[in-house]
Design a protein around this ligand. Structure first.
Ligand code: PRP
Length: 192
């Protein structure tokens, strides 16, 4: 990267070590809850690709892994309110116990739309496991079963979360410097 991390990040909100130990705890809990079941974890792309990769490797129970694409923010910080969903090739939710792996729940619109689609297509059960949760921003009634970290309403990036498709590669979660998006005319109250 040409940019120094300190040019972009105001503060590290969640460190790499904190992420690692929280994922181990969550994996243990999920393993207990789904013991003996035929679990399918569904990674919501793009944001959850790092969380999902770490989570499936931390799980001690056998799982099927599938993918779904969902997007509502595009390149900016403001949700369009409309959720585009594309299922991975060959993925059929019918009869499956599904655990959705998501990087962040913000307004809750994305997960509400995905959950609805999966249930309409015959999933046996659908639960949500999110790495981050911003309950302050919720506009729909949605309560993930597993939450890694509850965070304040700040614009964060790293560990899969992007700003304009960048910074997903940071191994930690950082609060983005306001000048990063203010200079582009966006608003911190919107988006993740
Ligand atoms: C982000 C994130 C969630 C969604 C949460 O996706 O990955 O899917 O927003 O927001 P909501 O609760 O307000 O619906 P985004 O549309 O930015 O796409 P990305 O995963 O490709 O970054």
């Amino acid at each position: 990267m040409n940019e120094d991390i300190t040019d972009v990040i105001e503060e590290v909100l969640i460190s790499e070590d904190e992420i690692k130990s929280r994922i181990a705890e969550m994996a243990e809990e999920i393993g207990r809850d789904y013991h003996g079941k035929d679990l399918c974890v569904l990674s919501v792309l793009s944001g959850s690709f790092i969380f999902a990769a770490d989570m499936v490797r931390a799980l001690k129970i056998p799982v099927k892994v599938s993918f779904i694409f969902a997007s509502s923010y595009g390149a900016g910080t403001e949700s369009s309110g409309k959720v585009d969903i594309i299922k991975g090739k060959g993925f059929d939710p019918k009869g499956l116990d599904i655990l959705i792996l998501e990087d962040i729940v913000d307004t809750g619109r994305t997960l509400t739309a995905i959950k609805k689609l999966l249930l309409e297509e015959g999933a046996k059960s659908v639960e949500i496991c999110t790495f981050l949760d911003k309950p302050e921003r919720r506009v729909v009634d949605l309560h993930p079963k597993y939450v890694g970290f509850v965070i304040p309403n700040k614009f964060v990036a790293g560990y899969g979360l992007d700003y304009e498709y960048r910074y997903r590669q940071f191994p930690f979660v950082g609060i983005l410097k306001p000048e990063m998006y203010e200079q582009r005319g966006s608003c911190v109250e919107e988006g993740n």
